[in-house]
Design a protein around this ligand. Structure first.
Ligand code: TPP
Ligand code: DXP
Ligand code: MG
Length: 625
């Protein structure tokens, strides 16, 4: 069957009796490729029939299908003629793991972060009306993504479409899972709706449906007829959506293509917004993923037969060290609490939750809420730690600035996945945190150069929290370089790791191995290069900068982050204002979004790897520029 799918809309040539076979082949294809390249497996296995049904009723690229988060768009990629791309999935210059408009006209909107699809779809609907076009617009949002605040802001706005008699279809793909088990009140509400099986008709047909119930149907209608609302209360599981002015249909079986087709076709004809609640099984068709959907949400290459990862562990990750250190500190200090926004596994907080369930909060995909929730706790004397990926904390910018920093509430932001993350690409690279955090008054920002220093920093901050503080560390194995030189942390103080003469590199956090490499290359050529670990990006160690300004005529800053507003620009501003007469160069990421690829490939491309740093510094040394 899959051989027949080479272009958008090819699925329409498949006979209905072959749909099951096609679904099976798609699952086999996904397993084959994702087990080799790695990628987001469980969500895609779960959404096979749902995507097929959407492709059977929509016309690509005319109709617009928007995926929330976008990690579940692999089946859509297969059905729009991108099978070949799976060989290079998430690899450098290969196919992205997320929807990308530049990759295909069938990808309506890029995504990567959660809960944005409904707002984007409303924008598409406004454009459709102003442009006088007639495309169908569909947003697919998961039950996890529906916990995010943006989704509610959009739902709130959707009432307007009803008043204007405009169509917009929201597919709620409910598999009971975020990455881990879905949490919170909305999840409980959906759970309740899920158990009210059987009502799939549109609400206009309520009476008709009731009359079919043998014996009681007619009587029930007579009793309830006076109030249409009470009929809905009893028989429409998603009453909350109905009350907001959005027609609700469901829950329906997201693995039953004929049923979905019937409902999707009818939904297209409506002149109002509609939410179709579809129930699917995350990981469907692959037993290890069905049993453990969280483990198979995002995977490295693995052995299909056993589900075992092919990636060998290379020592503890920064995440491991964070999780262990925090648990130890919490053992001693009952004021320490830990918060995650739906990432208990990724941030390492899962264990903390098991040991200290009363001090652990998984708030769902709600970074904005999580920040202010922590600020509230900190303002009352607790020591909250929000463990969050750098890229997702972007969502909580004003909550950091307004709710946390103005009051200088000492929330500790354990900023994981800071720097390049690799295969997830531009939506996930943690390369903006130095600018977006350092610009905020009262904030402190720390970056350890190795695992041991991460531990020291965490313990130091937790012992005596002073102000909102971010400790940023990167994805993957913790560095061990210079571990024997880790000294006691002193507030606002950096550390000279190695003395030099011709130039000094101030290397932030995870860039230390590249700085060491560059220094070694240059030393082989006769130069003597100093190395400094700033430790504190903010407050900056101005005393140390003054001293370096005296000692060196070439100062180079190095960071795996965007240069505008980064550490280098702060150092440069400081030294220039102090009248530094030498040369100062900033190495980091120029003004751009960084695509997917391995971290070493990306560093090479960005010329921030050891060899490139050495080559660039050599030019500056030789030419005195
Ligand atoms: C703002 C934001 N926070 C966190 C994440 C990490 N994340 C990616 S997928 C996901 C779970 C999404 O659950 P759901 O929407 O139900 O989709 P499913 O994987 O179950 O299909 C999370 C938390 C993200 N992408 N964006
Ligand atoms: C889709 C998404 O946002 C997450 O699943 C992300 O891919 C996780 O990344 P890590 O593998 O770094 O935990
Ligand atoms: Mg889900």
């Amino acid at each position: 069957m899959l051989e027949k799918i080479n272009h958008p809309n090819d699925i329409k040539k498949i006979r209905p009796e072959d749909y099951k076979l096609l679904a099976k082949e798609i699952r086999r294809f996904l397993l084959y490729h994702i087990s080799r390249t790695g990628g987001h497996l469980a969500s895609n296995l779960g959404i096979v029939e749902l995507t097929m049904a959407l492709h059977l009723v929509l016309d690509f690229p005319k109709d617009q299908l928007i995926f929330d988060v976008g990690h579940q768009s692999y089946v859509h990629k297969i059905l729009t003629g991108r099978k070949a791309g799976f060989k290079t999935l998430r690899q450098f210059h290969g196919m992205s793991g997320f929807p990308k408009r530049k990759e295909s006209p069938c990808d309506a909107f890029h995504s990567g972060h959660s809960s944005m699809s409904l707002s984007a779809a409303l924008g598409f609907a406004a454009a459709r009306d102003i442009n006088h076009t007639d495309e169908t617009i569909v947003a697919v949002i998961g039950d996890g993504a529906l916990s995010g605040g943006m989704a509610y802001e959009a739902l709130n706005n959707m009432a307007r479409l009803r008043a204007e008699k405009k169509n917009l279809i929201i597919i709620l793909n409910d598999n009971k899972m975020s990455i881990a088990e879905n949490v919170g009140g909305m999840s409980a509400y959906l759970n309740k709706a899920r158990t009210q099986k059987g009502y799939v008709e549109f609400k206009g047909n309520v009476e008709q449906s009731l009359s079919k119930i043998p014996g009681v149907g007619e009587r029930l209608i007579r009793v309830l007829k006076k109030s249409k609302d009470s009929i809905k209360q009893l028989f429409i599981p998603g009453m909350m959506f109905e009350d907001m002015g959005i027609t609700y249909v469901g829950p329906i079986d997201g693995h039953n293509i004929p049923q979905m087709l019937e409902i999707f076709q009818r939904a297209k004809q409506l002149d109002e917004p509609i939410i179709i609640h579809v129930v699917t099984k995350k990981g469907k068709g692959y037993l290890p993923a069905e049993k453990n959907p969280a483990k198979f949400h995002g995977v490295n290459p693995f052995v299909v037969k056993t589900g075992e990862s092919k990636t060998k562990s290379s020592g503890p990750t920064y995440t491991d060290i964070f999780a262990k250190t925090l648990a130890e500190a919490a053992e001693e200090d009952p004021k320490i609490t830990a918060v995650t926004a739906a990432m208990p596994d990724g941030t390492g907080l899962q264990k903390f939750g098991e040991v200290f369930p009363d001090r652990f909060y998984d708030v769902g995909i709600e970074e904005e809420h999580a920040v202010t929730f922590c600020a509230g706790m900190a303002s009352r004397g607790l020591k909250p730690v929000f463990a969050v990926y750098s890229t997702f904390l972007q969502r909580g910018f004003d909550q950091i600035l307004h709710d946390t920093a103005i009051g200088s509430y000492p929330v500790l932001f354990a900023l994981d996945r800071s720097g390049l993350v690799g295969a997830d690409g531009e939506t996930h690279q943690g390369i903006f945190d130095i600018p977006y955090l350092s610009m905020i008054p009262n904030m402190a920002v720390l970056a350890p150069v190795n695992g041991k220093e991460l531990r020291e920093m965490l313990l130091y901050v937790l012992k005596d929290p002073k102000c909102p503080t971010a400790v940023k560390y990167s994805r993957g194995a913790a560095e061990t370089l210079y571990e024997d030189q880790v000294e006691k942390i002193v507030w606002g103080k950096g550390q000279v790791l190695k003395e030099g003469k011709d130039a000094v590199i101030l290397s932030v956090g995870n860039m230390l191995p590249e700085a060491v490499k560059a220094a070694e290359i240059l030393e082989e050529q006769g130069y003597r290069i100093g190395l400094v670990n700033p430790r504190f990006i903010k407050p900056m160690d101005t005393e140390l900068l003054d001293q370096l300004g005296e000692e060196y005529s070439l100062i180079v800053t190095l960071e795996e982050g965007i240069l505008n507003g980064g550490y280098g620009s702060m150092v440069m501003q400081y030294l220039m204002q102090k009248g530094y007469k030498g040369r100062i160069h900033n190495i980091g990421i120029e003004d751009q979004f960084v695509e997917h690829g391995s971290i070493s490939e990306l560093r090479k491309m960005l010329k921030i790897d050891g060899e490139n740093i050495a080559a660039r510094m050599k030019q500056w040394l030789e030419n005195e520029i």
